[in-house]
Design a protein around this ligand. Structure first.
Ligand code: G6P
Length: 369
């Protein structure tokens, strides 16, 4: 069994360390560097069709829904198209406003989640096209959609999704690049920049994985806490949600993710000297705002674990614990942030003696309602 796990103690840890390779597989044969474009073999949409959509609706469940939230950020930013993100079980029962000008984007690792499949059928029933981002080839959602972008992450065994999530983010980036080039929202020059940022991704993930020992000691220090708060802004907000979900799923510690700017409207009441607060504070357009949120947490005795950009000594001095991440382009930053959060959840779960790969009450794929 150890051999199956490639020498790792758990499938989850193996899958976390496989990520440089997994993202390479997602991109393999797809990046057209000189044209600043992407080739997606099974997309099933012409450039003219893409230019005809006025709106994109992303639907998914669980971790895939978090990938969808990052997708909204990327698609709106790069393609200037309005994007809604919905939980599939909400979308399917709401009589959503969908027409032929709407493109449905269904995200599902397994391609078998009942609610997400029903959302595809709902969209089809209303005359919309549906594209799927799936990991499992020939799965139900992949087959029913009009086109598919496979993530090619390989088999994911750990119930808590890691490499499937990260490759979903890559697949969405590829889709956004292709879409924006087709509609004219992304120029060739910008496309070249974006493809080159994506090509650097595996090396950045390798670098982030080197934080493993540092993350383990943070896990030792905080694993007895009964609640965690995760805060981020912009594309870091869905990563905060995903970090909290990962911890919940495998450590059984109550964890909440929140947009940092919304903290003062509720979660701030929870902060005291027992509350670890994971703050995603990269040097991006939100930096100053997140730093001031961090100061508010510290002023209330909160114990800040900061994920910041390499060399950010200001943040490093203020926080109780720090993890420095390589500086990278915005399009790949959500991925780099995800790595230490996966490792944190993993090590806390191991310290608690939990079944990391098969957490209680959870299923890898929810094929019934
Ligand atoms: C289950 C899994 C999650 C997953 C979700 C959606 O809850 O435990 O890891 O994110 O289903 O699954 P899908 O296969 O549609 O991405």
């Amino acid at each position: 069994l150890m051999a199956e796990k490639g020498g790792f103690r758990h499938f989850m840890l193996k899958e976390i360390f496989e990520q440089p390779r997994a993202v390479q597989d997602t991109m393999a044969g797809r990046l057209l560097e000189e044209e600043g474009n992407v080739y997606l073999e099974d997309l099933g949409l012409t450039d003219a069709e893409m230019a005809g959509f006025s709106r994109i609706c992303i639907v998914a469940c669980g971790t895939s829904w978090h990938a969808g939230l990052v997708g909204k950020f990327l698609l709106e930013e790069l393609c200037r198209i309005s994007v809604e993100v919905d939980i599939a079980s909400e979308f399917r029962y709401r009589n959503p406003v969908v027409s032929s000008g709407t493109l449905l984007l269904a995200i599902s690792q397994s391609g078998e989640t009942a609610d997400t499949l029903a959302a595809v059928r709902e969209a089809h029933g209303k005359g919309a096209k549906a594209i799927a981002i799936c990991n499992v080839v020939d799965s139900s959602i992949a087959r029913e959609a009009d086109g598919v972008v496979y993530t090619h992450a390989g088999l994911e065994i750990g119930v808590a999704s890691t490499k499937a999530f990260v490759t979903q983010l890559v697949a969405i980036s590829l889709f956004a690049l292709r879409f924006g080039r087709a509609t004219g929202a992304i120029s060739r020059e910008r496309g070249i920049e974006l493809t080159s940022s994506l090509l650097h991704l595996p090396a950045f993930i390798e670098e982030a994985l080197q934080l493993d020992t540092a993350v383990e000691s943070i896990a030792r220090r905080y694993h007895n806490s009964s609640d965690f708060l995760y805060l981020g802004r912009g594309y870091s907000y869905p990563i905060a949600l995903e970090g909290a979900l990962k911890l919940k799923e495998i450590s059984y510690i109550h964890a909440e993710g929140y947009p940092a700017g919304e903290m003062k409207h509720g979660p701030i009441a929870l902060i005291d000297e027992n509350m670890p607060v994971v703050m995603l504070v990269l040097r991006d357009r939100h930096y100053e705002k997140v730093v001031s949120n961090m100061e508010e947490v510290i002023a209330r005795g909160g114990r800040v674990i900061a994920l910041c950009s390499a060399g950010d000594s200001e943040t490093a001095q203020k926080a109780e614990a720090v993890l420095e991440l390589p500086s990278c382009a915005e399009i790949v930053a959500p991925i780099i942030l995800s790595i230490p959060l996966q490792l944190l959840a993993y090590h806390v779960s191991v310290l608690k003696g939990n079944d990391v790969d098969q957490p209680r009450n959870l299923a890898k794929s929810v094929t019934v309602e």
